[in-house]
Write a protein that binds this ligand. Structure first.
Ligand code: CP
Ligand code: NVA
Length: 313
């Protein structure tokens, strides 16, 4: 793996994640510019997307670069051509590759064989680009990250893993309520616990959504059935029934708590009807911030903060 790959939030240090968030804010609010002239990002997507694809495409254009979207049917990763060969060929032509896949192992194979940086645009294990946008969104609404409490209600999935690592790196207390059998991965939890020890924050895993939500600053949820888990839909709907963000759970959080969800959402499942449109919901800020956070990530990967400059127009 190369130092500029971004497969996991754990590839970042607490200093680097804070720099990316600060730069994302400058790019968003102060009209800061960069010089990513003519860089090309290949978007290799094996799964559907709205936010991730559009935010990368728009972000690269705004930075002066371009994207090439490669659909699953086109490349047929590992079927039409081996993953190492795809990595070698793309590395000869593009400057960075983003892969969305249900196989984190394939993502690692791609990164290990590419000579250009590889970004995780969502895998079955992590969704690190989402976590960057989430940290930016929380910072915008709360003006601080250290010392806040984030309560995640639901599946210990890709989104939860990246969020837990990011919260621990940023000094936020992280609580997760998941049913037995759907908790976060033990290895990722251990890494997050190390980050939390360094940032003097805490991590709590529970089966009780109420315990997680109590006096939280942020209530976060994600779908019960992630991409690739469609065959488990019936079983998951039955198991996750009480892991819903609704007005009762919101009543336990701090009065100014914000509600977050990476989207797409299933109203009436992980979020009660209309909760996404309540005044406390920031889900569309979160979606917009995918753009700003990923621009800052691309700057970090392809140039560093020194290529950021104030807009002098
Ligand atoms: N949140 C998110 O990754 O959305 P998409 O699946 O639409 O890209
Ligand atoms: N956990 C979800 C996130 C979608 C953005 C999934 O993997 O489908």
């Amino acid at each position: 793996m190369k130092s500029k790959d971004f497969l996991s939030v754990a590839d970042l240090t607490s200093e680097r994640i804070k720099t990316i968030i600060t730069n994302a804010e400058k790019l968003k609010t102060e009209g800061w510019k960069t010089q990513l002239n003519e860089k090309i990002l290949a978007l290799l997507f094996e799964l559907p997307s709205l936010r991730t694809r559009v935010s990368f495409e728009v972000g690269m254009r705004q930075l002066g670069g371009q994207c090439i979207y490669l659909s699953p049917d086109e490349v047929q990763l590992g079927k039409r051509e081996s993953i190492p060969d795809v990595a070698r060929v793309l590395s000869r032509m593009v400057d960075v590759i983003a892969l969305r896949t249900t196989s984190h192992d394939n993502l690692e194979i791609l990164a290990n064989n590419a000579s250009v940086p590889v970004i995780n645009a969502l895998s079955n294990v992590e969704h690190p680009c989402q976590a960057l946008a989430d940290m930016l969104t929380i910072y915008e609404h709360k003006e601080i990250l250290e010392g806040l409490t984030l309560a995640y209600i639901g599946d210990g999935n890709n989104t939860a893993h990246s969020l837990m690592l990011a919260a621990a790196l940023c000094g936020m207390d992280f609580r997760i309520a998941s049913p037995k059998g759907y908790r976060v991965d033990e290895k990722i939890l251990k890494t997050a616990q190390q980050f939390a020890a360094d940032s003097q924050s805490t991590i709590l895993c529970t089966e009780d959504p109420k315990q997680a939500a109590e006096k939280a600053d942020v209530l976060y949820t994600d779908v019960w059935i992630s991409m690739g888990q469609e065959a488990e839909a019936k079983q998951r709907k039955a198991i996750f029934g009480k892991y819903q963000i609704n007005s009762q759970l919101l009543g336990l959080a701090k009065p100014d708590a914000i509600i977050m969800h990476p989207l797409p959402a299933h109203h009436g499942q992980e979020v009660a009807e209309n909760i996404i449109y309540s005044p406390q919901s920031v889900v569309f800020d979160e979606a917009e911030n995918r753009l700003h956070a990923q621009k800052a990530l691309l700057v970090d990967i392809m140039g560093g903060s020194e290529i950021l400059m104030p807009d002098l127009r």
